[in-house]
Design a binder for this molecule. Structure first.
Ligand code: CP3
Length: 344
C-alpha cells in the first residue's frame, strides 16, 4: 500500500478501489457549528480574515465526517479586494464590489504582486491548517478563475447571465483583456503563496465558464487557467491542480490537455457515464452528484451516489458534488453519501 494520501494518488492518475471524497462548501451554513463560529466572527468577511476562526470552520467538516480533503475557508472575491476593489456582502443577497467598467478603473488597481499584505491572514490560515489537520487529510487551496472573478468585478455583483462582462468584452476588448491578464498574474502570485504556506493541491473555480462559447471559452476560460497552471507547476514542480470550468458541457472534452490540470471537476449538467468516456480518458475527474440530493436524501441519494461511483470506477476519480452544498441541506444526508461511497 502506498503511504501517499488518497487524493494525491487519484490526482496522480491512480484508479483506487474506493474514490476519495470531499465536498464543495463543506464548511458552510448547513452545519450548526459553522453558524456558531460565523456568529462569533461577526460577518462573513471577518470570518475569512480571522485566521484562527477560518481554520476552525475548515476543520469542522473534517472532524464531523472525516473527509479526505479540507478546502481552505476563504472566498474567490478576496483577490479583487486585495487588488483594490471595495468588497462587502449584503445579507441574504450576496457579494457587492465597486465596479470596473473602463481603462481608468483598471489603471487604479494595484499590480499583481502587491496583493500579499492584504492576503497575509489567508496564508496564516493555511499554515495553521497544515499543523492541525490529520496527517491523512489533503489541504486544498483555491482561487477563482480570471473570467469568473472578472464577472463580479465588472458587474459589481453576481449576475444571472454575466451580461456586463460580456458587454465590456464586446465593446472594450482591451480593458476586458487587461482585467483578465491582471487577474491571471495575481492568481499565480496568490496561489503560489498558498502553496508556500502549505496547500498541497490548488483548485481554480470558473463557476461562470458555461456562459462563454466557442473561442471565448478557449481564450477566457481555458487559456487563463492553462497559464496559471503552467506558472504554478514551474514554481512548484509536481503540484496537482484541479480546474472547474463549471457548466462547460461539451467544453469538458479535452479540458485536461487544454488547461494542463491534473483533474477536471464536473458539474451535474453532464452524466457520469458520458464523462467517463469523454473526459476521464484525459485524467482524473472530480464530481458530480447533484447537490439537491443533500436536501432530499433517501434511496435516490444512495442510487445516484452508487451510479456515479460505478460509472467512474475504471479510472482516477475524486467523489464530490456538482456544485456547493446549500444551506438547506441535512447534515445526515452527507453521512449517508459518505457511507455509500465508502461502504458500497
Ligand atoms: O468550498 C468551500 O467550502 C471553500 C470556501 C469557499 C467559499 N466560497 C465560502 C463561502 C469557496 C471555494 C468559495 C468560492 C466562491 N465564492 C465561488 C465559486 C464557487 C461557486 O460556488 O460557484 C463564488 C462564485 C463565490 C462568491 C460568493 N461567495 C458568493 C456568490 C457568495 C454568496 C452566495 C451564498 O451562498 O451566500 C459567497 C459567500 C460564501 N462563500 C459563503 C461561503 C461559506 C456563505 C457566506 C455566509 O456564511 O453567509
Amino acid at each position: 500500500m502506498s503511504e501517499q494520501k488518497t487524493i494525491l494518488r487519484a490526482l496522480a492518475g491512480e484508479t483506487l478501489p474506493t474514490p476519495p471524497i470531499w465536498m464543495m462548501r463543506q464548511a458552510g451554513r448547513y452545519l450548526p457549528e459553522y453558524k456558531a463560529t460565523r456568529a462569533e466572527a461577526g460577518d462573513f468577511l471577518s470570518l475569512c480574515y480571522n485566521s484562527d476562526l477560518a481554520a476552525e470552520v475548515t476543520l469542522q467538516p473534517i472532524r464531523r465526517y472525516g473527509f479526505d480533503a479540507a478546502i481552505l475557508f476563504a472566498d474567490i472575491l478576496l483577490l479583487p479586494q486585495a487588488l483594490g476593489a471595495d468588497l462587502w456582502f449584503v445579507t441574504g443577497e450576496g457579494p457587492r464590489l465597486s465596479t470596473i467598467t473602463d481603462a481608468g478603473g483598471l489603471a487604479k488597481l494595484k499590480p499583481a504582486d502587491a496583493v500579499h499584505d492584504h492576503l497575509a491572514p489567508i496564508y496564516e490560515t493555511v499554515r495553521i491548517l497544515r499543523r492541525e489537520l490529520p496527517t491523512e487529510t489533503t489541504l486544498i487551496g483555491f482561487a477563482g478563475a480570471p473570467w469568473t472573478v472578472a464577472t463580479y468585478m465588472i458587474a459589481g455583483q453576481g449576475t444571472p447571465d454575466q451580461g456586463p462582462a460580456h458587454l465590456l468584452k464586446a465593446e472594450d476588448k482591451s480593458t476586458f483583456e487587461g482585467i483578465i491578464d491582471l487577474l491571471t498574474d495575481a492568481t499565480i502570485e496568490y496561489l503560489s503563496m498558498q502553496v508556500d504556506a502549505g496547500a498541497e493541491v490548488v483548485k481554480l473555480f470558473d463557476s461562470w465558464a458555461g456562459s462563454l462559447k466557442g473561442d471565448d471559452f478557449t481564450n477566457y476560460s481555458l487559456k487563463p487557467m492553462q497559464k496559471i497552471t503552467a506558472a504554478l507547476k514551474e514554481r512548484h514542480p509536481g503540484l496537482p491542480v484541479i480546474a472547474f470550468p463549471r457548466s462547460a458541457g461539451e467544453g469538458y472534452v479535452g479540458a485536461h490537455d487544454a488547461t494542463g490540470a491534473d483533474c477536471i471537476a464536473l458539474d451535474d449538467g453532464v452524466t457520469a457515464e458520458w464523462a467517463a468516456t469523454n473526459v476521464q480518458t484525459g485524467g482524473c475527474v472530480q464530481g458530480n452528484l447533484a447537490s439537491s440530493h443533500m436536501v432530499t436524501g433517501g434511496a435516490e441519494l444512495v442510487e445516484e451516489t452508487r451510479r456515479i461511483v460505478q460509472a467512474f470506477s475504471n479510472g482516477p476519480h475524486i467523489f464530490n458534488l456538482g456544485h456547493g452544498i446549500t444551506p438547506d441541506a441535512d447534515p445526515e444526508n452527507v453521512t449517508l453519501m459518505i457511507e455509500t461511497v465508502r461502504g458500497g
